[in-house]
Write a protein that binds this ligand. Structure first.
Ligand code: SF4
Length: 389
């Protein structure tokens, strides 16, 4: 990559080269897969849906199923209402999901399709079976990124499903952010060690890291159930992990159902993991068990044993904003120096927060949101880094 990057840096405003992000619908599709028995539906042309499905399938090495409104020229001109209406009938008849999560694409957003009204009509016409659900998120790709798409669909779960009955349940909501299924599994494991009852949504563990059994299941056993997401409105509190991916849903849950929120950064490294455990410990009114204290001690031992390899190393970091913020905290804990830090997703908070994290150890770090990898490569060409993460 570096070989093909010119060293001379020019200010670019209308050209993005190798962006460190992708488009909103793929994030919405990933979030939808974290609901049990859900069929993600892409309201647009087949190409978008095929691209997002194949990208997720390639990444997770598990089959990702999603449906499309299959826009052609007619829908592009006259709107996609008939396509979505027909699609809902077909999906519930053929694939029998418990819930369909509709996200829009560039094309349906430019047309201006009114998805809630289209769905309402389909419900009135009996195309959505009684008890089945349809939720939706607007995910135009000319704004935001896969992270805002994920946040939008997670917020839609709260908007359409979560309810307050008035009877508080002994459970804590955890909104895990746009992380790998194995990360979600680990957050659940820690809650289990603490003996705190949690409702995690979305939850792609056991969906996109499901075991090989030789039997194909369109709806694997994982995912938060509709009933669990509904009950999130009765939880003691919400632990939202990641400002960019999780806070909008938690904020809506607080406004809609009065469930208080603790906003955390991703539990990467010692301090941030301590904060995650402390939040669950506090809401669950439990003590931290010896097993977690020992794990923490082993981690500290690794950090101190290896400190000679970490100390002072200059690092370039890029990735999703919540991950990069958390990684920068971890790198500072390791006495490393994140000198170049970018994310492809937009959001001024990213620059403010990373600058705050680095102000003591790396006050002259270059930090940029809405950036691309071409620019990061140029920075690296100007000044060599020990490690690019
Ligand atoms: S950028 Fe727009 S047109 Fe391209 S795949 Fe994403 S939603 Fe579809």
């Amino acid at each position: 990559m570096l070989n093909g990057t010119t060293a001379e840096i020019k200010e670019r405003t209308a050209l993005r080269i190798n962006p460190a992000k992708t488009c909103q619908p793929i994030g919405a599709m990933y979030a939808s897969l974290g609901i049990h028995g859900c069929m993600p539906h892409s309201h647009g042309s087949q190409g978008c849906c095929a691209y997002h499905r194949s990208h997720l399938t390639r990444h997770f090495k598990d089959p990702v199923v999603a449906t499309s409104s299959s826009f052609t020229e007619g829908a592009s001109v006259f709107g996609g209402a008939p396509n979505l209406n027909q699609a809902l009938e077909n999906i519930f008849t053929i694939y029998k999901p418990e819930i369909v999560a509709v996200h829009t694409t560039c094309l349906s957003e430019v047309i201006g399709d009114d998805v809630p009204n289209i769905v309402k009509k389909a419900v009135e016409e009996g195309k959505v079976p009684a008890g089945s659900k349809v939720i939706h998120a607007n995910t135009p790709s000319f704004v935001g990124s896969h992270i805002t798409g994920f946040a939008g669909m997670t917020t839609a779960m709260v908007k359409y499903l979560s309810e307050k009955t008035g009877e508080t349940k002994d459970q804590v909501n955890v909104i895990p952010g746009f992380v790998d299924p194995t990360d979600m599994r680990e957050m659940k494991r820690l809650a289990g060690e603490l003996n705190v009852n949690i409702v995690m949504f979305p939850d792609t563990s056991d969906v996109l890291d499901s075991p090989q059994t030789g039997v194909y299941e369109m709806y694997p056993k994982g995912g938060a159930t509709v009933a669990q997401i509904t009950s999130a409105g009765d939880s003691i509190a919400t632990v939202a992990v990641g400002r960019f991916a999780s806070h909008p849903a938690a904020k809506l849950l607080e406004e809609k159902c009065g469930v208080p929120t603790t906003l955390l950064e991703l539990p990467i490294g010692i301090t941030a993991t301590d904060e995650y455990i402390d939040a669950l410990r506090t809401y669950g009114a439990v003590d931290v068990p010896a097993s977690i204290v020992q794990e923490r001690g082993r981690m500290l031992d690794v950090v101190s044993d290896m400190s000679q390899y970490f100390y002072g190393k200059r690092v370039a970091v890029f990735g999703d904003p919540d991950h990069v913020i958390a990684l920068c905290r971890f790198l500072v804990e390791l006495n490393m120096k994140p000198v170049y830090v970018i994310t492809g997703s937009p959001g001024n908070f990213f620059e403010t927060r990373v600058a705050e994290i680095l102000k003591e150890q790396v006050p002259d770090a270059k930090i940029k949101q809405n950036a691309d990898l071409f620019e990061l490569h140029q920075w690296i060409k100007h000044s060599f880094q020990d490690l690019v993460h």
